[in-house]
Design a protein. Sequence first.
Length: 287
Amino acid sequence: MNIHEYQAKAILRKFGVPVPDGHVCYNGASAREWAKRLGEGPWVVKAQIHAGGRGKGGGVKLARTSSEVQMIARDMLGMTLRTHQTGPEGKVVHRVLVENGCNIANELYVSLLVDRGTSRVTVMASTEGGMDIEEVAANTPEKIVTEAVDPLVGLTQFQCRKIAFSLGLKGKLTGKAVKVLTNLYATFIACDCSLLEINPLVVTAEGDLLALDAKFGFDDNALFRHLQIGDMRDFDEEDPNEIEASHHDLSYISLNGNIGCLVNGAGLAMATMDIIKHYGGDPANFL
Ligand code: ADP
Ligand code: MG
């Protein structure tokens, strides 16, 4: 299961990871009111869809006045946003996040994920924040550092400092980074995450660290112990067939083809899809 950025930031705030103040809004007028409550501006209006690349697609906009916030929010709500992660059909924006804009000195990348190769939670970090990590991995893999976490010991201070140094952080920022990384790891474990990506984690002009974007993936099999996270599910973001299937505990994934598949066992289902593809067909689903 995935959640929106504003929900992700609420979780991070609870675990002591610094994020900008902001609020989710469903119409232009409330966006304007929330902007005023948040402070002096500038503000950033951000489309809330379950896909990245919003910045380049026109889903992240800076506003200098509260009436500008209102105008931008009004235009964004209801629009179909297309990014390289939404596919050509795009996604309709139903919610926007209005948050305080910050003075960015430097954008970094940090994520935690489950590395199936080592069977360990692994921290990935890079100085190339704000870019797609897939692109960094393909073109400049030397700019990505990884640190595998021993499940019994947890993420140690020494590992956090090592990551901070490799990101070029110095002085007080090292201590702040250790705190952020420690709290991110605590969040990851406490919420049974499969992925927690902060892109970008920024160094502000004032010398603070701030998570400007946040993406969570949760282990569906552990959701029964996180009712509050389960409640964050947004059915607007999901395929209606997949929602219907999930009510019956079926592993169903919609695909674009026209050959329906009903297969007993995930391995056989994958092999069946491979065979269909091999003979030039296109599966309509995985089931
Ligand atoms: P996406 O990854 O979907 O493009 P982000 O939340 O990462 O969306 O935003 C894209 C870029 O917009 C960031 O890399 C950052 O440069 C800028 N940005 C986002 N939020 C803020 C903010 N609160 N203040 C200043 N700049 C921001
Ligand atoms: Mg981002």
